[in-house]
Ligand binder design. Structure first.
Ligand code: C2E
Ligand code: CA
Ligand code: CA
Ligand code: CA
Length: 279
């Protein structure tokens, strides 16, 4: 009864109304957004904390709305998940990102991985593996130059099926990363069954690793866990030199965050990449 009272109150709240209206607008306009060329892919580098070299780029989608401006994926991905538009958008991001990585290779840059986020709805698609394989063929990118980021929360839905899909992707030669590690269900029992190659420590731990001993303890434990499972470990959300030094000292392999670069369009990435052979 308490909850019902609350939701009735919220129904008349003008603030909630505005939020609802915005959500409805986004939901209605999401379907045509790809056709109208309003989606963009930004890229953020992942850095090897020992050599300082770029090892990968994470593809992050943006929606350039004609009147509302740049819309964050944190806002529209959940809506796209709910109404199914994510399947088409996710496939477009994959194709765009693979084609971009191939274009960087053809331009003579040292090969790096391109890392693409998969959503729950996409992961459940019966033809996911075929679709990905076809995108690799179309774009000419090798499977070993692609990495897919998945989260525990959606792998935990149907574990047998998740393990099977992950294995098929691994067999193609694609790298697999567990994203936002430490936030989801974190069932260590299942972790060893998921054939993933790396863990990405969630930004929330990295953010206050210098000021909060609990976050430092969780970070250290995740790094130790990754080492003992022989998984590579990436820290997300590295913003300061102190965080970088700390993570490097703890044995973290890779880092990503505003300290190195925020996500940017492809043409801004190119000058950051290294030529394979210097003339
Ligand atoms: P994520 O996969 O955890 O991506 C990392 C997010 O952290 C990105 O936000 C990135 O801009 C942000 N970030 C990176 N470094 C820093 C830092 O140093 N400090 C802070 N404060 N933030 C940092 P973004 O681009 O807004 O994406 C948000 C989320 O939306 C992503 O979180 C991911 O879950 C989802 N997403 C983005 N692109 C896609 C996509 O193509 N497909 C799917 N399914 N999800 C996507
Ligand atoms: Ca990610
Ligand atoms: Ca993440
Ligand atoms: Ca996240």
């Amino acid at each position: 009864a308490k909850q019902q009272g609350r939701s009735q109150y919220q129904f008349y709240s003008p603030e909630i109304n505005t939020q609802l209206q915005e959500r409805l607008t986004l939901e209605n306009e999401l379907h045509g957004a790809l056709e109208r060329n309003e989606m963009l892919v930004y890229y953020q580098p992942l850095i090897d904390l020992h050599s300082g070299h770029i090892t990968a780029m994470e593809a992050l989608v943006r929606w350039q709305h004609p009147t509302l401006g740049m819309i964050s994926p944190a806002k529209f991905i959940p809506i796209a998940e709910a109404n199914g538009a994510i399947v088409q958008i996710g496939e477009w991001v994959l194709r765009t990102a693979c084609a971009q990585n191939r274009a960087w290779q053809l331009a003579g840059f040292t090969p790096i991985r391109i890392s693409v986020n998969l959503s729950a709805r996409q992961f459940e698609q019966p033809y996911l593996v075929e679709v990905i394989n076809q995108i690799l063929e179309e774009t000419g990118l090798q499977a070993s130059d692609l990495e897919l980021e998945v989260t525990e929360s959606f792998l935990m839905g149907d574990i047998e099926r998740s393990v099977k899909t992950l294995k098929q992707l691994r067999e193609l030669g694609i790298w697999l990363a567990l994203d936002d590690f430490g936030t989801g269900y974190s069932s260590l029992n299942y972790l060893k069954r998921f054939p993933v190659n790396m863990l990405k420590i969630d930004r929330s731990f990295v953010q206050d690793v210098m000021s909060n001993p609990d976050s430092a303890a969780v970070t250290n434990a995740i790094i130790a866990l990754a080492k003992s499972l022989r998984l590579s470990i990436t820290a997300e959300g590295v913003e300061t030199q102190e965080q970088l030094d700390y993570l490097r000292m703890q044995g973290c392999d890779e880092g990503q965050g505003f300290y190195f670069s925020c996500p940017v369009p492809a043409d801004i990435i190119a000058p950051m990449l290294q030529k394979t052979s210097q003339q």
